[in-house]
Design a protein around this ligand. Structure first.
Ligand SMILES: [Zn+2]
Length: 350
């Protein structure tokens, strides 16, 4: 991907705060196509976002495989995994849904409405990858143990989640007219969870077809990784997504440093980073503005050093905390970009 001359870097946020803009609790919001569409459109208009990955909760592909999602007030919807899972269950209970399952269909429906309403804003549909889908159905700990105890059973199940993710793209999202692309989340491509060789064997192996499905469907392939120590070398250098947003949690995990990230990966992708999501609730808007200005300075200087004019976007470093995030802090991010973005772009990049 080539560098573009731009006025200022783009802004994107990921978050469930959209539901608060329409005054709905998580469960009501997640069930209603109408509210999800309205909340997401609202977020884009109110905060002048340059692109959008609409998200309510992550587990929709897993839900179509039978995962039960619990909604608790004040918490992000969670899947509580089965406690009596056995190796045989991979074959018996992991069954590819017929056609497109109800949960993903809901995501397709609200995505369609959003694209219709804001055709000028590129929208990328979120989807969990094959490994993430399996862990969100069976439970991460269980699957990780079974990688050692019954690897063949896990692999057979992976073929099924792979088949379904590919189908959701080719037969589902591909039909959403005007959709820009897909945002795949393979959060277990994460060194805190397993080594690169293991991820290659059990996770990455099943993603090639997903990337191909995007290409075949004329959907731009992008990625988000919610993990703390993402396997950038596989997921960026090998898969070459158009854009890659990564989680950033301050002190937790392998802290990606911006100059290093830009030097290593901006030839292969447009990086999206890296406001610490906690700042959305622990900062005052004035602090957030200062923080974004500093971030912008670091990013632009590194881009300049690496002969890039763009290839980085300002992004919430994972999900804006849906319950406790402050709206004013989202506003402060866009305000900072509108106030300083263009001048600093010109001053530093030239
Ligand atoms: Zn995330």
């Amino acid at each position: 991907m080539t560098n573009l001359w731009i006025d200022y870097l783009s802004v994107r946020l990921l978050g469930g705060m959209n539901r608060r803009l329409v005054g709905a609790d998580f469960e009501t919001f997640s069930e209603s196509v109408e509210l999800q569409a309205r909340g997401n459109v609202e977020v884009v208009k109110r905060y002048q976002l340059d692109w959008l990955v609409p998200l309510t909760y992550m587990h929709r592909t897993a839900e179509d495989f039978g995962a039960e999602i619990e909604f608790k007030t004040g918490k992000t919807p969670m899947h509580y995994p089965p406690t009596d899972w056995t190796a045989e269950d991979y074959e018996e209970k992991i069954v590819v849904p017929d056609g497109i399952g109800d949960s993903i269909q809901k995501r397709i429906d609200y995505t369609e409405k959003i694209v219709e309403e804001i055709p000028e804003v590129p929208v990328f549909a979120f989807i969990s990858g094959p490994f993430t889908t399996l862990t969100q159905r069976v439970g991460t700990e269980q699957v990780l143990m079974d990688l050692y105890r019954s690897p063949d059973a896990v692999k057979k199940a992976m073929e099924k989640t792979e088949e379904y993710v590919v189908r959701c793209i080719e037969e589902g999202f591909a039909n959403v007219e005007g959709l820009a692309g897909i945002c795949l989340d393979e959060l277990h491509g994460n060194k805190g969870i397993m080594g690169p060789d293991m991820y290659r064997e059990f996770g990455a192996e099943y993603c090639g077809s997903v990337i191909d499905a995007c290409e075949k469907s004329d959907l731009i392939f992008t990625q988000h990784n919610c993990g703390e120590s993402a396997m950038f070398d596989i997921q960026i250098s090998e898969w070459k997504p158009m854009a890659y947003s990564y989680a950033y949690y301050g002190e937790r995990g392998e802290n990606p440093d911006i100059p290093g990230m830009i030097e290593k990966y901006t030839d292969d992708t447009l990086l999206l980073g890296q406001i610490d999501p906690q700042h959305f609730y622990n900062y005052e808007p004035s602090e957030m503005k200062k923080h974004v200005k500093q971030l912008l300075e670091t990013v632009l200087k590194s881009l300049k050093e690496n002969d890039h004019t763009s290839k980085f976007g300002i992004y919430s470093g994972c999900e804006v905390p849906p319950t406790y995030g402050k709206f004013d802090n989202i506003g402060a991010v866009t305000d900072a970009m509108l106030e300083y973005g263009e001048d600093m772009q010109e001053e530093i990049i030239g």
